[in-house]
Structures are given as C-alpha cells and as structure tokens.
Design a protein around this ligand. Structure first.
Ligand SMILES: [Zn+2]
Length: 222
C-alpha cells in the first residue's frame, strides 16, 4: 500500500483486501486524506465516471473527508463495493492525479475549535481589506458556465443581510450570492459559495453590499 493508491480507491477499483489496507493507511495519512478530499472536489470528472457505473459522490466540501473517514470506521467491511468496468474513465482520472496537488489554495483555518478539515479550493485568489477593516478573499475557478466562486468574509459588523455582487469590466452587476451576517463582529470568516456568469478575465471587482445601502468591501480583480 502506498500514497499512490488514493485514485484507485476513489474509483473503487481496488479489491476488498487492498481497499481495506488503503483505509487503514488513510486513517493515519494526512497526505492521502488531503488528496482524497481534493479528488472529492473534482465533481465534474468524478460525475462523468460515476454516471457510467455507480451512485453520485457526496456533495464536495469540507465535510466530505470527515464523512468518508466516519464511514470507513463505522462500516468498514460492510460496504458493498461497486464494480467498475470503465477502465478508460479510470485511466483518465488517474492521469489527472498529478494535477491534483498543483495550485492548491488553503482556505482560512477554522478557529472556532471544531474539527472540520480546512477546505481545499483550487483557483486564483484575490483579496482586500476595506478602510473600516472588513476583509474579503475570493477564489475564482473557471467553469463552463462562467466562474465558480468561493469567498471568505470577516471583520464585518452584523447583523445585516448582504449581497455579494460581481461587477464586470462592462459594468454589469450580478449577484453571486446573498448572505446573513450574524450580529457582532465576524471573527471567524463566513465562507460563501457563489458563481459569476462571466469568465475571470471579464470580472472587474467584487463588492459586499448590505441591503441597507453602501458597500462594506471592494475586492479588485486584476
Ligand atoms: Zn498516504
């Protein structure tokens, strides 16, 4: 068993014995846990594979790994293993594996004491701090519908309902997401997921706008 088995494990192409061995390894191996989580964040590729042969993956996100590890320890040998016939799709994913560790971006660590693993997000990062101290950071990931966005916002003074607005270079404004900022100072960044109907190259800036008016923070995109 080695670190390189994570791809085969995700695809379910290990036999029962190898799979159990890999799970034993996974419990103690941070590197493989990260890689597994990273692979879980490749829904397009994995969905393509799963459509052929099996059930959809769990929704990607910080909890995926935690759930996976919980599944392993609870239901270790009882799981029905899906048989995979799609060798071509499997090979395609394994070829992608070396890219999985490139360009990884760590989100801000959870500092509230819970054990949720830090989410790994792939993409380019922009960030800014406003004159009043509010902080925003956005990871932009190209997709076939525009740009997938993950934002972290902190140091705001709630309560307020806010719009996360994307402004294009042609000055079109679109709402990427709306959020409720809880009362008080937001010490732990709020993690928000959204999307823009533009490619990254067409995005001029992001703004976080409370519904009461004004703008809490502007994040330029170069
Ligand atoms: Zn490992």
């Amino acid at each position: 068993m080695s670190h390189s088995d994570v791809g085969a494990y995700v695809l379910g192409i290990l036999d029962d014995r190898d799979s159990a061995q890999f799970e034993n390894h996974l419990i103690d191996c941070l590197r493989c846990q990260r890689e597994l989580q990273d692979l879980s964040a490749m829904p397009d590729v994995l969905d393509g594979v799963r459509l052929v042969n099996g059930p959809p993956l769990p929704t990607p996100g910080a909890l995926v790994l935690q759930h996976t590890l919980a599944d392993i320890s609870v239901a270790r040998r009882k799981r029905t293993r899906t048989l995979w016939a799609s060798g071509i799709a499997a090979a395609a994913l394994i070829v992608l594996l070396p890219l999985g560790t490139a360009g990884l971006m760590k989100g801000p660590a959870q500092s509230d004491g819970n054990k949720v693993p830090t989410e790994l997000v792939r993409g380019e990062t922009v960030e800014a701090t406003s004159p009043i101290g509010a902080k925003g950071k956005v990871v932009l990931e190209p997709t076939n519908y525009g740009t997938r966005l993950t934002g972290w916002f902190s140091n705001m003074n709630g309560p307020a309902t806010c719009q996360w607005v994307v402004i294009s270079k042609k000055n079109e404004a679109q709402v990427a997401a709306t959020m409720y900022v809880p009362p008080g100072k937001t010490d732990v960044p709020l993690e928000i997921h959204g999307a823009a109907p533009f490619p990254k190259s067409d995005i001029a800036r992001f703004e976080l706008r409370p519904m009461t008016g004004g703008s809490w923070i502007t994040i330029p995109v170069s």
